[in-house]
Design a protein around this ligand. Structure first.
Ligand code: 9D3
Length: 253
């Protein structure tokens, strides 16, 4: 997987190299990251790449020319066929796991980080294949969203995580939340199923807790799941045990 990131803060984005599994994959060149600063390509004589918006209003707008020339440089740097140009912008499509998977599958993308009030619309019309947002909150630029997308896509790239099973088993891939985890010491309140050594029982407990957590915390995800009979039964059990009177004498005998 290769990412080209167009950003006014390349050193910031390059910090990815120093942390975690994504950092390791970059250092071992199982993942490629190149950063491109529009200031180095077609800035005005005064070094600026932005200007005041026509019609007035607060803030500044990134100009077409520096961004266009930066994309030109990106293209010339690799002889590969065109890779998608994705703009990080607050009015983009919402980024999610499906987006991460499609990026990982395409194998390459150019991520353009917006700043200020945004980028000149003519750049978007001419060069941008899709705009992506990470949620309904206002950030000061697209760099953190770009780093987030790289992290999410990278971990779906073969060889980035040590153990391929950990990607496959990730609950979001399944569209639901995960069960709780425990580790030593096994003092108190560790669910007995987890200490039983009975793998079928552990798997059943985890699935039930995962479905229960999704029911409690993300009912919107549950609506999208087609639960088979076994899963429906496990969730019904969880819901029954969750009810406030479960295991108590409610006095109506
Ligand atoms: C005047 C309207 N503002 C839009 C809400 C202008 C504006 C604010 C912040 C334009 C750009 C930005 C900088 N944000 C991003 O570049 C950005 C972003 C975000 O702010 N939230 C969620 N996802 C993203 S992706 C890029």
């Amino acid at each position: 997987m290769r990412f080209d990131v167009v950003t006014l803060f390349p050193e910031w984005v390059q910090q990815l190299e120093h942390y975690g599994v994504v950092g390791r994959a970059l250092r071992e060149e199982r993942l490629e990251l190149a950063t491109w600063n529009p200031r180095d390509y077609g800035a005005r004589d005064d070094g600026r790449v932005d200007d005041r918006p026509f019609g007035g209003g607060p803030g500044m707008v990134l100009q077409v020319e520096p961004l266009a020339q930066t994309l030109e440089a990106v293209e010339q740097s690799h002889g590969q066929p065109q890779q998608p140009v994705i703009l990080l912008a607050p009015d983009g499509e919402r980024f999610n796991q499906a987006w991460a998977a499609s990026l990982a599958e395409r194998g390459a993308a150019t991520l353009v980080c917006g700043r200020y009030q945004g980028v000149d619309q003519r750049f978007i019309d001419r060069y941008v294949d899709a705009s992506v947002s990470i949620g309904d909150f206002v950030l000061s630029g697209g760099e953190l969203p770009a780093m987030m997308m790289i992290d999410a896509a990278a971990r779906l790239t073969p060889g980035v995580l040590g153990d391929p099973a950990s990607t496959a088993a990730e609950s979001f891939t399944e569209g639901r939340l995960d069960a709780p985890y425990y580790t030593r010491p096994a003092t108190e309140h560790v669910p007995s199923a987890l200490l039983s050594g009975d793998h079928a029982r552990i798997a059943r407990w985890r699935l039930k807790q995962a479905l229960g957590a999704t029911w409690l915390k993300r009912p919107d995800l549950l609506d999208q799941l087609a639960l088979d009979a076994e899963k429906q039964r496990l969730l019904a059990e969880f819901i029954h045990e969750y009810s406030p009177n479960h295991g108590k004498d409610c006095g109506d005998a």
